[in-house]
Design a protein around this ligand. Structure first.
Ligand code: XMP
Length: 511
């Protein structure tokens, strides 16, 4: 039987990260809400081990999320993390209270004793803490196996039942030996062998999609970005011609991008791929518009229209597929923050349309995992490794009015910059790099004549999550070559500047 770890979700910030870190060690991790799994299911031996995640509650609060205490006696190893550690203590008869020396937040030195969980980890290391409660009295049968200066029970174990609790977060990169700790739990305690791969994810997902979508027709908005492309390839493998992918070409794509998407998917998907030429309708509506939010609003609206028009031509489509990935869910779940930009995701659910079902086959995966799925499905590396591109396309990189002429200037400048960055091997340290056409004109001299052309800005950022970003320290030689080629090869550009602003205070895109 396939080895599998159950990640029991108590609502912590890093729950998905736990699953990802387990999967990175080639063991499949399934995340399920804490109240959706009973003791019988655990006892049936489906899982090699269980991880209780962190969570924002206090175990002693009246409505605190909990599980049947018999879960600890089912003979399956359990690792409790943060709230999960406290819950384990609480369920087994120990005591948890508000930390009397104050909680701990951030990087903290931890001293660990010799234990199977800490094999290969030095006795003193750095861990990531984030808690206000703590275990003040470990339950009977448990021994304390780690401490910090404030937390006297930073980890505990019950050897006979193979139960472990850690107050800190091994899944977070700031815990120096977190990966090793998880490895020890998976391989030394649960006896996993690490035979799972993304290939198994594909096999399982294709099987599930086939049975869930039996006899149904599915529509997917394909942007040519990584996520919707991988979703398309996966769905096509599962249901073949019952999938229709609609690629709305809004005329705001980069140089040769539309043709590339059409070639890649036209060949692969055959009749399942439809390219809608909506260039005129988008540019028509954008004429004379200069306000960034207005541009975004128009593009979002027109996209839905174009998509709906196409969907109407298809008979009997009842399921909408989306390339949503896990970080999208996290970001949309964070309510209450100010709208900085109204992001328009091509592939987003058109609110006005009616579908009886929505499928999101990549919703549990992180970007790097999605890329691996794409590679395994045989998508071209050029597509799988492409940088993110905003739904509203070049419209938010042409400052001021968007016209055919201005788009053409930007496309050329952008292609040159990308080519120079890639040729110099700098693409790996830059997460996103592109050109922006400003609405400024400036005086220059070409040959002996005066010119009065546009100012093009080059932007390159380095980031893990795009929530914050640093400007990339590109070598001067790369900037010089790109700058000189742009003013020489692109008519109507007289000056090139490089954007050295981080996010915050700036955003990645200019509009
Ligand atoms: P900002 O400019 O908000 O960009 O710092 C962060 C990341 O999001 C991309 N971006 C978008 N992606 N629809 C998208 O699908 C949008 O409307 C949109 N606006 C920005 C941007 O390219 C960067 O990767």
């Amino acid at each position: 039987m396939e080895e599998k770890i159950l990640v029991l979700d108590f609502g912590g910030q890093y729950d998905q990260l736990i699953a990802r870190k387990v999967r990175a060690q080639h063991v499949y991790a399934e995340i399920r809400p804490y109240d959706s799994v009973g003791v019988d299911e655990i006892a049936s031996g489906r899982y090699a081990g269980i991880i209780f995640t962190g969570g924002p509650h206090s175990v002693y609060a009246e409505d605190a999320p909990t599980v049947d205490a018999r879960m600890l006696n089912a003979g399956i190893p359990v690792l409790g993390i943060c709230y999960g550690h406290q819950l384990m203590a609480h369920l087994a008869g120990g005591a948890v209270a508000s930390a009397h020396r104050g909680g701990e937040y951030g990087k903290t030195a931890v001293r660990t004793l010799e234990n199977v969980l800490f094999a290969g980890i030095p006795p003193e290391s750095i861990c990531w803490m984030s808690h206000f409660d703590e275990v003040i009295e470990p339950p009977e049968g448990f021994e304390v196996i780690a401490r910090t200066s404030k937390c006297l029970c930073a980890a505990m174990w019950d050897e006979s039942r193979r139960l472990f609790g850690v107050q800190f977060h091994p899944e977070v990169a700031h815990t120096a030996y977190g990966e090793r700790l998880l490895h020890n739990f998976l391989f030394e305690v649960c006896g996993c062998v690490g035979s799972w791969s993304m290939g198994d994810f594909i096999t399982r997902e294709v099987k599930t999609l086939r049975s869930e979508l039996e006899g149904k027709r599915v529509l997917l908005a394909l942007s040519g970005g990584v996520d919707s492309s991988v979703a398309a390839a996966l769905l096509h493998k599962a249901i073949g011609s019952r999938l229709t992918c609609v690629f709305v070409d809004h005329g705001l794509l980069r140089k040769e991008e539309g043709a590339f998407v059409e070639k890649t998917f036209g060949e692969r998907l055959g009749a399942s791929f439809v390219r809608v030429d909506a260039r005129e309708r988008f540019l028509g509506r954008l004429a004379g518009v200069t306000d960034p939010e207005c541009k975004r609003g128009i593009i979002g609206e027109e996209f839905v229209r174009a998509f709906e028009d196409e969907a109407r031509k298809l008979d009997g489509v009842e399921v909408l597929a989306q390339g949503t990935i896990y970080p999208d869910i996290v970001e949309s779940g964070r309510g209450g923050s100010a709208v900085i930009k109204s992001h328009h995701n091509v592939g987003g659910l058109p609110a006005a349309m009616e579908f009886s079902e929505v499928v999101e086959p990549l919703r549990d995966l992180f970007k790097d995992e999605v890329r691996e799925v794409g590679e395994r499905l045989g998508l071209p590396a050029e597509l799988v490794w492409r940088q993110p591109f905003p739904g509203p396309g070049l419209a938010v990189r042409v400052i001021g009015e968007v016209t055919e002429e201005r788009l053409a200037i930007l496309r050329e400048a952008d292609a040159i910059f990308r080519e120079e960055v890639e040729k110099a091997g700098c693409a790996e340290c830059a997460s996103q790099y592109f050109a922006v056409l400003t609405d400024l004109r400036s005086v220059g001299v070409k040959g002996d004549a005066r010119t009065y052309g546009y100012v093009v800005a080059l932007r390159s950022v380095t980031t893990d999550d795009f929530m914050t970003a640093e400007w990339t320290r590109l070598p001067y030689a790369v900037l010089e070559r790109a700058g000189s080629r742009i003013v020489n090869e692109v008519a109507d550009v007289s000056r090139v500047v490089y954007d050295i602003t981080g996010k915050p205070p700036a955003t990645v895109e200019w509009e």
